[in-house]
Ligand binder design. Structure first.
Ligand code: SF4
Length: 359
């Protein structure tokens, strides 16, 4: 394992309104609560959830763009200390973040050459002379399949397609020679026709460079295609984990089932019927999240205890797990086991509760 989050929590204070001052209250957004995950070299871990679920905040916490409220991050088994000094620069060299919008992440007044040269220089990988720098720039563009490289080096971002811009952003991240890529919705702003190409590129980099990739997405179908492990996040908590095939084909948690039913599918009619059954609904406010299971206001299987008691993680077969009271006494699987890890972690494989339309 290269990068690990242990019970990571992030709360943001909300600016106080007049009403808050009168009531003497301070409110916080519970953006991320008790999230644990492990990223391993040569594997992709998908973190899937609706917008506002906290998944992008997890990526930013792992990139150390925000301080933690609680928990810890470990790199190669060692706890990462807060601060912006030399250790932060060393951390950033190894853990790089790719943003959703490649146009916003590239400076429009600078060329590809400028962006990549700067990344190589910051991370001490530019080489000792102009010839070596040129070689390194060429190698970066070859690695992201922008070839021939000389056709791209002196272009500005607006002269590139969305997919090409995202490839430049990936090349810039690779300029640090990282071990971990945190990819925050890396294809969601690209045309559908070029998404697969960028995902295939990331897959290729994972294999060739043995990168550990965290793939943040709202598209659970792409997680099945692209990720080895899938974690599902709802309202700031991870509610299910397992190998991607199992989580997407045999989802255990009612929220994962809803996500799959909502994904584009040829069997759309059945999916919509399912959504109606669950009431659809919106994710809760994270300023004052519901007590107990945060999914209970939308869950068609909610029980009395769901409204007051936070479900811990229950292990299912083959490493799959779900934070859901349905598995407390094995009623859904015949073998749910509380592990005491809270609603967090990773894992794999299967059981029941699956909707027919989600297959
Ligand atoms: Fe639904 Fe209860 Fe499971 Fe939450 S714990 S997902 S409310 S059944």
């Amino acid at each position: 394992m290269v990068l690990e989050a242990r019970s990571v929590t992030k709360h943001f204070p909300v600016r106080r309104t007049g009403r808050d001052l009168v009531a003497g209250r301070r409110r916080t957004v519970h953006a991320v609560d008790d999230v644990s995950l492990e990223l391993r070299r040569g594997t992709v871990t998908a973190l899937v959830g609706e917008s506002g679920s906290g998944k992008s905040t997890v990526a930013r916490l792992l990139a150390r763009l925000h301080p933690l409220t609680g928990g810890e991050i470990r790199l190669d088994g060692a706890a990462v200390k807060a601060g912006r000094g030399r250790s932060f620069r060393a951390y950033v060299r190894r853990v790089q973040l790719i943003f959703q919008d490649p146009f916003a992440s590239l400076n429009p007044v600078h060329t590809v050459r400028y962006h990549l040269t700067r990344a190589l220089r910051i991370h001490g990988r530019a080489g000792s002379g102009e010839a070596e720098l040129e070689e390194n720039l060429t190698a970066l563009l070859n690695r992201v399949q922008l070839t021939p490289p000389h056709q791209y080096l002196d272009r500005f971002p607006h002269e590139l397609s969305g997919g090409q811009r995202q490839r430049v952003a990936i090349a810039r991240a690779l300029g640090a020679d990282p071990q971990v890529l945190l990819a925050d919705e890396p294809v969601s702003m690209l045309d559908v026709s070029i998404r697969l190409g960028v995902l295939n590129l990331l897959k290729d980099l994972k294999d060739r460079l043995r990168l550990a990739i965290l793939y943040i997405t709202h598209d659970i179908a792409s997680a099945r295609y692209f990720a080895d492990t899938t974690l599902v996040m709802y309202a700031g908590r991870i509610v299910e984990g397992g190998d991607s095939e199992t989580v997407t084909q045999r989802p255990a948690h009612p929220y994962t089932q809803l996500l799959i039913a909502s994904a584009p599918d040829p069997d759309r009619v059945a999916a919509e019927a399912e959504q109606e059954e669950t009431g659809g609904g919106e994710p809760p406010s994270l300023i004052d999240p519901p007590p107990g299971c945060r999914f209970h206001p939308r869950c068609p299987k909610a029980m009395e205890r769901c409204r007051t008691e936070l479900p811990p993680r229950f292990d299912l077969e083959g490493g799959q797990w779900a934070a859901c009271w349905l598995y407390a006494d094995g009623t859904e699987t015949g073998h749910g086991t509380e592990t005491g890890h809270g609603a967090a972690g990773h894992g794999a494989a299967g059981h029941g509760l699956r909707k027919e339309s989600a297959a």
